[in-house]
Design a protein around this ligand. Structure first.
Ligand code: AMP
Ligand code: MG
Length: 345
């Protein structure tokens, strides 16, 4: 199939909506990352998402809506009321898990009795939602397991020829996937950290738990509350190691190895290996925005070095951010990209 390149024009928004109504998969910009959308009420259309991404069938999708009222037919009676208390962050980079209604196809929810809902803020995503009048199931628009896409080019790098169209809305402003908050238990629980932080949710809701799997590998016996957490994720082709320590010690560790550095701005002066700076050490928002582009860019740089006959076994050494605020989301993605390989220097 040829993947159409669409832009933010009324004609292209209408074209994207028509493709979605006809059951096709279309990649859309959102403020978090690009999503691969399909009609959430059409099980065949949703199966197309899993096929294009190579995504495991038990990893459920997030359903995107225009407003909280659109959630009512998708969730158990009374559940949609819970969204009103999150009004500050909806629309925004927040996904909420509620008990689902029977009309949500089980392929969307990976067989669970709950459903993940998000109201995106991105004007292009909202224009498509309004034009097609459908709830849209959309995971990140990358090949399963690879770094999430934050530009239309990233989507094409992974899925050109496998999806009907990509709608180019520029670079994603947040850069990491939404915060996933489960409201199905006694205490609200963060299953995946994102730009809406535990601190912000605590201030709004009182008690909020952060799931153990955010910072630890799941043991063989525990069941993942969020099935996505059990898979290797966000990973470039090169192995990643997460390095914790001062700028000087991080640089010394990198300089002693065949590696490329995903580093903070101040680290660069000490480094003698190829670098991608993903922001200042204290600027977690910038780290989040540049993280996935950095992993993809370093992968490409390594391939060029290897083609030129350079070191055969390169790794990416990522300087670890402090795991709080938005930094918790950055740390969580890097930890998974690294398969939990962390060194202290
Ligand atoms: P992605 O769309 O690639 O950002 O992945 C969606 C994330 O939300 C994955 O980590 C899923 O496991 C999680 N998720 C989606 N639906 C549910 C649900 N009903 N219960 C728990 N986690 C969910
Ligand atoms: Mg994903």
């Amino acid at each position: 199939m040829t993947t159409a390149r669409l832009h933010n024009t009324p004609a292209d928004i209408a074209a994207a909506a028509a493709l979605l109504r006809a059951g096709a998969c279309v990649a859309l910009p959102t403020e978090t990352v690009y999503g691969l959308a399909a009609n959430a009420l059409d099980a065949d259309a949703v199966r197309g998402i899993f096929a294009a991404k190579g995504r495991p069938a038990d990893n459920p999708l997030i359903v995107h809506l225009l407003c909280a009222a659109d959630a009512v037919p998708l969730v158990a009676p009374g559940e949609a009321d819970k969204l009103t208390m999150l009004g500050d962050f909806m629309p925004g980079p927040l996904t909420v898990i509620l008990r689902r209604a029977a009309r949500v196809p089980s392929v969307v929810s990976g067989g669970l009795d709950s459903v993940a809902l998000r109201i995106p803020a991105h004007p292009v995503a909202r224009a498509v939602l309004a034009a097609c009048g459908l709830p849209l199931a959309a995971p990140s628009a990358n090949r399963s397991g690879s770094p999430s896409p934050t530009s239309a080019q990233h989507v094409l790098d992974d899925l050109d020829g496998a999806i009907a169209a990509v709608l180019d809305g520029g670079e994603s402003a947040v850069g990491v996937e939404s915060t996933v908050l489960s409201l199905t238990g006694d205490v609200p629980e963060i299953l995946r950290p994102g730009a809406v932080t535990p601190e912000q949710l605590c201030a709004l809701l009182g008690e909020v738990r952060v799931a153990e799997a955010v910072l630890a590998p799941l043991s063989a016996h525990t069941q993942a509350a969020s099935p996505g957490m059990k898979y290797k994720h966000y990973a470039p082709r090169l192995p990643v190691v997460l390095v914790r320590g001062s700028a000087e010690n991080y640089a010394a560790w990198c300089n002693a190895r065949a590696c490329l550095a995903l580093c903070f701005a101040r680290d660069a002066q000490f480094l003698r290996v190829p670098v991608f700076c993903y922001g200042a050490e204290t600027d977690a928002e910038t780290q989040a925005r540049l993280l996935f582009d950095g992993l993809r860019t370093l992968d490409t740089a390594a391939a060029a070095l290897q083609d030129a006959g350079g070191a055969a076994k390169l790794i990416i050494a990522a300087h670890a951010p402090a795991p709080n605020g938005v930094g918790l989301a950055v740390y969580n993605r890097l930890l998974r990209a690294a398969g939990f390989a962390v060194v202290e220097v």
